[in-house]
Design a protein around this ligand. Structure first.
Ligand code: KG4
Ligand code: ZN
Length: 328
């Protein structure tokens, strides 16, 4: 079996998967709540919290899978991109566990992990496909083939999740902002306020969310404190709608340009109910294959890292001792 570890940001995660990486036997996520009072992830706090939690999380993943370390044949771990201190906690633990049992280590790219969540969600999906990864740190479109991922376009400023988090903060909602904004938007009229959908005219596959943020800032400045409370649900609906529309349009444009037979959407923002609904409608209309993993496989988790292991070159014992993590 595969033991997978993910600590690239603020979730401490471990999972156990079957040897082919196509089924998770356990998937434990400990979400660090320490950051909510700061309104964003504090790297040093994240590293320390990973250090405190990771042993327990790995043990729970083994227990939940009804197995022990002696049954593990490979250790997969996120090595990039992410917060360097946070990554190093996971990588060091993975090295230690693998070394103790003379196992190979599989160094996984976090973004390839997000895409691999699709293989867990739908075992019939195979490359080629176009993938949209929308998370707190990344927003990018890829053309995925057997031999790897080619970047088609990416955000020129904020990631989609970051834009949602910042918008939520401006509206006085909680962190992480994505879910908080969705909740606040319920029942709101997305058309009441006119928010810009970034780069909709241009024939590019890049994203930009900074104009949207500025637009919200000006709308808030123009409103009295009392009115903001009254208008909150409409503002949230408009803002969320603009992010979802930008993601949807660019993904469909990429699908058309590259004649992709299938689409995969992954990353924390793919947990968004409005985005999921919008894409389901489009996919029914167009009749193409669409895989959006269930929300718990979209946000950071270790099962997706284990799912990327079969497509990643393993480093044999003990060559990985010198292996390093990278922030980009
Ligand atoms: O993939 P992820 O868990 O971590 C990163 O690698 O960044 O993504 C986290 C991002 C956050 O910005 C969060 O606000 C957003 O995903 N997110 C959502 C939802 N759940 C998480 N955004 C919209 N709707 C959601 N339900
Ligand atoms: Zn992520």
């Amino acid at each position: 079996m595969i033991l997978a570890i993910e600590t690239s940001c603020d979730d401490t995660c471990a999972a156990v998967l079957e040897p082919d990486g196509r089924r998770a036997l356990s998937n434990v996520v400990h979400t660090q709540t320490e950051h909510s009072r700061y309104g964003g992830v504090v790297p040093e706090v994240a590293s320390r919290a990973h250090l405190e939690r990771l042993d327990g999380v790995v043990q729970k993943a083994l227990d939940d899978a009804d197995t022990g370390l002696d049954q593990i044949e490979r250790v997969a771990v996120t090595v990039r991109p992410g917060l360097i201190g946070a990554l190093l906690v996971g990588l060091s633990a993975a090295k230690g566990l693998a070394y103790a049992r003379r196992l190979p280590l599989v160094p996984v790219n976090h973004l390839e992990g997000h895409v691999a969540a699709a293989y867990l969600a739908d075992p019939t999906i195979e490359p080629p496909f176009v993938a949209l990864i929308a998370s707190g740190g990344h927003t990018a479109l890829y053309f995925v083939t057997e031999s790897g991922m080619t970047l088609l376009g990416q955000t020129l400023d904020d990631a989609a999740g970051e834009a949602l988090d910042k918008g939520a903060r401006m509206l006085g909602l909680g962190f992480p902002g994505g879910p908080a904004l969705s909740k606040a938007a319920r029942g709101g009229d997305p058309a009441r306020y006119d928010f810009p959908v970034a780069l909709k005219e241009k024939n590019s596959l890049d994203f930009s969310f900074s104009g949207l943020k500025t637009s919200l800032l000006y709308k808030l400045k123009a409103l009295d404190e009392g009115d903001i409370q009254e208008e909150l649900t409409h503002l949230a609906a408009g803002y969320e709608g603009a992010v979802v529309e930008a993601l949807t349009r660019k993904l469909l444009r990429a699908a058309d340009l590259h004649e992709a037979p299938a689409l995969v959407v992954a990353g924390g923002v793919a947990a968004n109910a409005l985005l999921r609904r919008r894409l389901m409608e489009e996919h029914e209309r167009r009749g193409m294959k669409l895989v959006i993993p269930p929300p718990e496989l979209c946000t950071d988790n270790a099962a997706m890292i284990g799912a990327a292991a079969p497509n990643t070159l393993a480093v044999p014992f003990p060559d990985y001792l010198g292996l390093n993590a990278r922030s980009v």
